[in-house]
Design a protein around this ligand. Structure first.
Ligand SMILES: *Cc1c(COP(=O)(O)O)cnc(C)c1O
Length: 213
């Protein structure tokens, strides 16, 4: 499965993030041994412990909701934070990045699902953050793109519509704000094929690689 996913991503010019949350170090080592280097976690504590125990060339992606008071623990090493969903969080990441004398790469998480999800920015708020970043308000932030999660549904057309929204915002905002929005993180075990067909450049796949949680 892993090799198939890697080949598929290669052919689409996308990045595979192996979502290792809840899985033990030994499972990550097995996937690492097959060449995978990008791993995703949704809990800070777990990511910190795994980072300490595993090879240093792993690139760690924080994919779940991030509390402001926990940013400091991952700021020294995190590769990409996918789940920036407020101005306050962006501000804290910028501050912690500065303390570590680095830039931290981030994605703005958009609320695209029909269902009532708690997290994600409304499009207008995301646009205000893009303007603030461009304005130089967050010098230690490297804005790489957008992230979205589709509704938990069997309706493939709805999922495709939701992913397409992210793609459309990318195109519109690149034009309007004259910026490069290079990455779009969308697609999980159940919907990564749809995501890749709607412009995803990063799929976050857990259970298909590691088995059910
Ligand atoms: C758990 C998780 C995934 C991976 O989910 P799978 O269905 O196991 O592939 C992707 N993205 C986020 C934000 C997650 O929390």
């Amino acid at each position: 499965m892993l090799k198939d996913l890697i080949n598929l991503c290669e052919s689409k010019g996308a990045q595979l993030i192996a979502v290792s949350k809840t899985k033990p170090i030994s499972s990550i080592q097995a996937i690492y041994a097959q060449g995978q280097r990008h791993f995703g976690e949704n809990r800070v504590q777990e990511m910190v412990e795994k980072e300490a125990a595993l090879p240093k060339d792993i690139r760690w992606h924080l994919i779940g909701h991030l509390q402001k008071n926990k940013v400091k623990y991952i700021a020294p090493f995190v590769h990409l934070i996918h789940s920036v969903d407020s101005r306050e969080l962006l501000s804290v990441i910028n501050k912690e990045a500065a303390k570590n004398d680095r830039k931290i790469s981030i994605l703005l998480q958009l609320r695209i699902a029909q269902e009532d999800t708690k997290y994600g920015l409304e499009p207008n708020d995301a646009e205000r953050l893009i303007e603030a970043i461009q304005n130089g308000d967050y010098p230690n932030i490297n804005l790489q793109g957008l992230m979205g999660m589709a509704s938990y549904t069997e309706d493939k057309i709805q999922i495709a519509d939701e992913f397409q929204k992210v793609k459309n915002f990318k195109i519109a905002w690149e034009q309007k704000h004259q910026i490069a929005i290079t990455e779009i993180s969308m697609g999980m075990s159940g919907d990564y094929l749809i995501a890749l067909n709607h412009g995803s450049t990063m799929i976050r796949v857990g259970s298909l690689i590691f088995g059910n949680r």
